[in-house]
Design a protein. Structure first.
Length: 156
């Protein structure tokens, strides 16, 4: 009797799960269908405007001018974070070589107390490097986000 009610509960649970999946599938299909129809409408409008000889040249010129303005304002926004990332990569290369030098020095030190002190210095420098990188990446990211927010505000 208990196994039969257990099987019945499992069957109900599976049926409910299948019903939820079917509902989610129906919802996703509906959204995909609406998106497809919207895309077809936009494509039809675009082809209609593109093939209309009266408006074609003027619209293309306006779109080209708009794209040029966007690109001209976009390039400086992208250049600054990239230059900061290049600068950070150069600093990381220097820090990495310094850390390698400290590790080799610590590994080659025969006196235990000196070796421990050098390994401590190595690990301290490593952690400082990690902290520096995290702070630098955070600053670069926040500056980039602020720049993009300003760009979007000006564009809207």
């Amino acid at each position: 009797m208990k196994t039969h009610s257990k099987e019945s509960a499992e069957t109900k649970e599976q049926a409910a799960s299948l019903t939820e999946m079917a509902e989610a599938l129906r919802h996703n299909y509906t959204q995909a269908l609406r998106t497809g129809l919207k895309f077809q409408e936009e494509t039809g409008r675009w082809w209609n405007s593109a093939l209309n000889p009266a408006n074609c040249a003027q619209q293309w010129q306006q779109q080209f001018n708009s794209a040029t303005r966007s690109a001209n304002s976009f390039i400086p926004l992208a250049q600054k974070p990239i230059s900061e990332l290049v600068e950070l990569a150069e600093k990381n290369a220097r820090l990495g070589s310094d850390l390698m030098k400290k590790a080799l020095d610590a590994a080659q030190t025969p006196v235990m107390e000196e070796s421990q002190a050098k390994w401590k210095e190595f690990w301290t420098s490593s952690l400082d490097s990690v902290r520096f990188n995290a702070e630098a990446m955070s600053q670069i990211g926040s500056k980039a986000i602020d720049s993009w927010a300003d760009y979007i505000r000006k564009g809207v």
